[in-house]
Design a protein around this ligand. Structure first.
Ligand code: MN
Length: 503
């Protein structure tokens, strides 16, 4: 669904979720601006038991002139025209149900109900603000001419991603860098983020930790509060000597919002967050900081009688029991039970860093499957697979196994993924499509491996990097180079058949 699909309707009511936060307000406001520009009769409303009280939100409303109005849940006569729920889904527990003939949903939470034509849900985005921003751009709306709107959207993303620390989606990053916003106002909002009550909640939460000494993790449940407190507590917890990883969560907006932290190289927080939310929500982030959201409805369907504290503790334990570790430097692979494969001569996208910019330039490469930030060095190479996975390729490896075909990237190379990979050059501020620098390379057929399909999770610290592991899940392949049994690595299952053939 695009915004232009909603233009036939008039009047239009935009509804934020109850107990609105900065994200729902900014997303609603952006829609308000859009439909105003289309000369619609628009209202921006919220309902529920509580009116907006928090100082940062009151400031936001006031300083940015956001015309959001409170309406009582009881006074809801059937809505004329169209009702759009934003940052929430019509019929969910966190949004008072206003009666309406036509309903549209724009949200970044896990989908709770199927059906509905006027629905746009992208649960992997850090904020709903990002989703609305991208929808405005789709219609050519001049977002950057309106600093108030830019400030609102920026603050929406800022608060929904724990001050950007849990932000990981490439589109979120693009928005963060592109918006024009008022810095002074943001500082003001930021410094009115917490109330004294929330200070107390943070303090109480910290003394009620749950500690697992087998796996050195802590779990904390906080009372309902600003989600930024979850990040604050979890950052603090990691400084405790006995704690390696932690999850801090609370119940908010009809679900559980949580922050995850890890300070050990054996656990990437983003994977732990995804594991905690698997099947009932969404989670992600970075190696050290990540977060997520679990839908209450889906949680109750899956775990009707399980207390949330038990869920998080069990699930953390399961996480630690779910994988085996391989340190390739110290391990000579046992290839019995493995089969021999030849790497097919399938072209692969490669990039030479100095083709992008001069040595020393700061670069960000972004795809659906992650991002890579680096400083350009002489003789530095990357490969980007069709599914968006980026690998750093050592130059001696590049020369030994790959040759440049001299051709550009075929148009359909990234056809299977959503976000078309980009490269950002931080010295000139420009963003480019990856194809501008891509070399289509061909593997030399000198590369044979032993491999076996995994039936459980394995983390391999490869020979060339004992700080970062490659993770293999059931269905992926554990692979070993034929000529070096210490060269152990993971090949993703979904593209293994395209890249290798049995010898
Ligand atoms: Mn949100």
């Amino acid at each position: 669904m695009r915004l232009s699909d909603l233009e036939p309707y008039n009047p239009i009511t935009i509804q934020c979720h109850d107990n609105p936060d900065a994200d729902t307000i900014s997303s609603g406001y952006a829609l308000y601006c859009y439909f105003k520009s289309k000369h619609k009769k628009v209202r921006l409303v919220y309902s529920g038991q509580n009116k907006i009280k928090k100082m940062n939100l009151r400031l936001m409303k006031e300083k940015l002139n956001i015309p959001i109005k409170y309406i009582r849940p009881s006074q809801s006569e059937a809505m004329e025209g169209l009702l759009i729920t934003v940052d929430c889904q019509y019929g969910s527990g966190n949004v008072s149900c206003l009666r309406a003939g036509n309903v549209a949903v724009i949200d970044h939470h896990p989908r709770e109900k199927s059906g509905g034509e006027l629905v746009r849900i992208q649960p992997n985005l850090g904020s709903c603000a990002t989703l609305v921003w991208s929808m405005l751009l789709e219609e050519g709306y001049p977002v950057n001419e309106d600093v108030n709107l830019g400030t609102a959207l920026y603050y929406g993303l800022y608060t929904d991603t724990n001050q950007f620390s849990e932000l990981f989606n490439p589109l979120d990053m693009d928005m963060r860098e592109t918006l024009s916003f008022n810095k002074r106002l943001l500082t003001q909002f930021r410094n009115a983020n917490l109330s004294l009550k929330e200070l107390e909640i943070a303090g109480i939460a910290m003394i009620r930790y749950n500690y697992n000494d087998d796996y050195r993790f802590a779990v904390i449940k906080a009372q309902p509060c600003d989600p930024n407190i979850l990040g604050l507590i979890s950052d603090f917890l990691l400084q405790v000597e006995e704690i390696d990883t932690c999850v801090v969560y609370n119940e908010i907006n009809d679900g559980y919002k949580f922050s995850v932290r890890s300070c050990i190289k054996e656990v990437n927080a983003n994977e732990m967050a995804a594991f905690l939310a698997e099947g009932i929500g969404s989670g992600g982030g970075h190696d050290e900081k990540a977060g997520g959201f679990i839908s209450m409805k889906l949680y109750e369907e899956h775990f009707p009688v399980l207390h949330s504290e038990a869920y998080f503790n069990n699930r953390m334990t399961e996480y630690f029991q779910s994988y085996t570790l391989i340190f390739a430097n110290q391990t000579k692979a046992d290839v019995s039970g493995m089969q021999r494969y030849r790497r097919l001569r399938q072209p692969i996208c490669c990039i030479k860093a100095t083709d992008i910019a001069g040595v020393g330039t700061q670069i960000s490469m972004r795809t659906d499957s992650g991002s890579m930030d680096f400083q350009v060095e002489e003789d530095m190479f990357f490969s980007v697979e069709r599914n968006g996975i980026i690998h750093f390729v050592r130059s001696d490896f590049f020369r030994k196994y790959l040759s440049d075909t001299g051709q550009g990237l075929p148009k359909d190379y990234f056809a299977g993924i959503q976000y078309t990979p980009t490269i950002k050059n931080w010295s000139d501020g420009n963003t480019y499509g990856i194809e501008a620098f891509a070399k289509l390379c061909m593997p030399k057929d000198t590369f044979n491996i032993y491999a076996r399909r995994l039936t459980s999770c394995v983390k391999v610290f490869p020979k060339w990097d004992d700080e970062r592991y490659m993770r293999g899940m059931p269905g992926d392949y554990l692979a070993v180079s034929e000529d070096d049994l210490h060269n152990i690595f993971i090949e993703p299952g979904n593209i293994f058949g395209d890249n290798y053939e049995l010898i």
